[in-house]
Design a protein around this ligand. Structure first.
Ligand code: NAD
Length: 258
């Protein structure tokens, strides 16, 4: 049994109960961690506060607005977190975005501005929030992000997000080296396809889900709680020797050839 009592986990990327971040927050909360849920816009405030309550979080747990494209919001959010807690232990970055056109048109047509948006929100944001969180991880810590096998192999319509995930995985390795001396570990979970709000933006997601059931070793798609469980492990001291890695949670899809 993993015990996270006394630990504070900051989780970015809960849009609703289908979000991978929600499943991660659920596992962290069940293990006793105190949660800070960071939501993107004012519109998600009420829902985030309700989710905090549903997760049985009382006392200091809170929901804070943080649009990762805005340096001022990142700074303000971590200032508030620093005032509320003597230290934080886990940071979950479960955030990505690419404009719709870039994930349904021919990859060759990828626009400069869509490329920049995808890289800013899906990659640079990890660096920005890691930099803001690190000074609060005074007892060491674990930073996690979510990636996909589209970083390495092509998937229909994944397009610019594949490039973003490749860069994100490289950022994980560079951040792991940068933050290693502070005893902060940085890892990515490469999740199989799951029907969430973000995934529904990928043109023809159903084909991806169907092909997975045909090819994955376990002959099915992965589910959010399975990703949540691995995130809890990586956040915990059981994973104290793991950093800079990409851990697949994809029912054994990436290991098969045909
Ligand atoms: N669903 C999948 O199939 C799958 C597979 C592998 C990896 N992932 C990754 O998992 C992560 C979470 O996605 P999800 O599938 O749970 O979908 P989701 O839509 O539930 O979560 C995406 C989150 O990103 C947040 N976000 C987007 N722009 C933001 C911004 N500017 N500032 C702050 N937050 C912002 C959204 O508010 C949302 O909470 C993403 O990195 C995604 O690429 C998803």
């Amino acid at each position: 049994m993993i015990d996270m009592k006394g630990k504070v986990a900051v989780v970015l990327g809960v849009a609703n109960k289908r979000s991978i971040a929600y499943a991660i927050a659920e596992k962290l909360a069940a293990a006793g961690a105190t949660l800070v849920l960071c939501y993107q816009t004012e519109r998600l405030k009420r829902e985030s506060e309700d989710l905090i309550a549903e997760l049985g979080q009382t006392g200091k747990a809170r929901a804070i607005q943080m649009d990762v494209t805005k340096d001022a919001e990142i700074e303000a959010a971590f200032k508030e977190i620093g005032e509320a807690f003597p230290a934080i232990h886990t940071l979950v970055h479960s955030v990505a975005f690419a404009p719709g056109d870039a994930m349904k048109n021919d990859f060759l047509l990828t626009k400069r501005e869509d490329f920049a948006v995808a890289m800013d929100i899906s990659v640079y944001s990890l660096i920005a929030v890691a930099r803001a969180a690190a000074p609060l991880m005074t007892e060491g810590g674990s930073i996690l992000t979510l990636t996909h096998y589209g970083s390495t192999k092509t998937f229909p319509n994944y397009n610019v997000m594949g490039l973003a995930k490749a860069a994100l995985e490289a950022a994980v390795r560079y951040l792991a080296v940068s933050l290693g001396p502070k005893k902060i570990r940085v890892n990515a979970i490469s999740a199989g396809a799951i029907k969430t709000l973000a995934a529904r933006g990928i043109g023809d997601l159903q084909t991806m889900l169907d092909r997975t059931t045909e090819r994955a070793a376990l002959q099915r798609n992965v589910e959010q709680p399975e990703v949540g469980g691995v995130a809890l492990f990586l956040a915990s001291d059981l994973a104290s020797g793991i950093t800079g890695e990409v851990t697949f949670v994809d029912c054994g899809f990436n290991i098969t050839g045909i």
